[in-house]
Design a protein around this ligand. Sequence first.
Ligand code: XUL
Ligand code: CO
Length: 440
Amino acid sequence: MTAQVSFFGDLEPLTFGGSDAPTPSSFRWYDKDRIVAGKRLEDHLRFAVCYWHSFCWPGGDPFGGETFLRPWHHGSDALGLAKQKADVAFELFRLLDVPYFTFHDVDAAPEGATLRESIYNLDVIAGVFEEKMASAKVRLLWGTANLFSNRRYMAGAATNPDPDVFAYAAGQVRAALETTHRLGGQNYVLWGGREGYETLLNTDMKRELDQLGRFVSMVVEHKHKIGFQGPILIEPKPKEPTKHQYDFDVATCYGFLERYGLTKDVKLNLEQNHAILAGHSFQHEIALAQALGVFGSLDINRGDDLLGWDTDQFAMNVPEMALCFHELLNGGGFTTGGLNFDAKIRRQSIAPDDLVIAHAGSMDACARAFIAAADMLEARALTGFVADRYAGWEQPEAQAMLSGQRSLAEVADRALSQDLNPQPRSGRQEYLEALVNRFV
Ligand code: XUL
Ligand code: CO
């Protein structure tokens, strides 16, 4: 018996079993081959399991240490433990039958004493991944570099007052981007965990934004140089760990990308609970990113309504997700992006199969929500109402106003000469809310 099989006991890969199927051995809603809105569910949802929460986080919180006691966290042979971790990771990918995974450099491979040593370790583990991927279904949705955990990054990576930290970060990102490319990654992610400030008393914000703009531009230049096809994704988050993060939300990121001429190559990786922390809904962030042409991928999770921090729980709220997926599908769905489980089990969920149950439960919730969203879209329940609400703008005179063919004076004169007296119409919010409930 191999190590990975013994970690999850005798669980078999999950299959679709219908709505009465037992948990955790079957999916109830996630029938990956079911055709929904013209495509297989698996090809729509593009699920990814993340390395950091599932295999690296030991279950600690600010008041207590590890609860999980994972065997690969205990021992002195760092590379050997990383290989053991990879065995378990690929076993979970197989059990869940997911098409993708995601990782940070330091999740996969141990940090060395020097940058050179860290890059060597990553290279070794990339070889292990390559070998495993040759006989597995799972592919890489995205890779990324952790530029926030090590104390050298406490004052930022690209935005650090020390240019040598910027250079060190470049060393990590080049290696992580090239590794992502080598493993066939579909995207490359930059989350600016420390790109922000704790206090303006010691911060030159303009300088830091210019540093960040240059850093992201260098990543884009390198991506083209090595022929990496996927987009670079930045990930909005307003706070935590820093008091204020420069990638605050979609609107702020868009302004940043515009200012530094990056909208063509850089898109956004949106996360449910980051949206909430920014004072938005996830649906809002998805809709805005699509409207601005910078939608990339989704980190799926949820926060806790009563807590104001990033709890990264598994997404289980079907009605809420149905509206998000309605937005996603109405905007054309994913291209290179997917649904990455940036989510962790609670620290009391210490049984190995809790990892399986959490992912499977959330995959089912996503599938159920997605099917509802597709039904809603097909029935044009919301889109029909919205189209009708704006129908007046399809009239030739309205189009002329919109396309710049009329001046303010011409429009004003028409309002006067035609004695316009527009009458308000009901927004019918409750009608629409009740309508949505018919689908979920
Ligand atoms: C942190 C977060 C990260 C990024 C990748 O809140 O979401 O895990 O997704 O660095
Ligand atoms: Co995330």
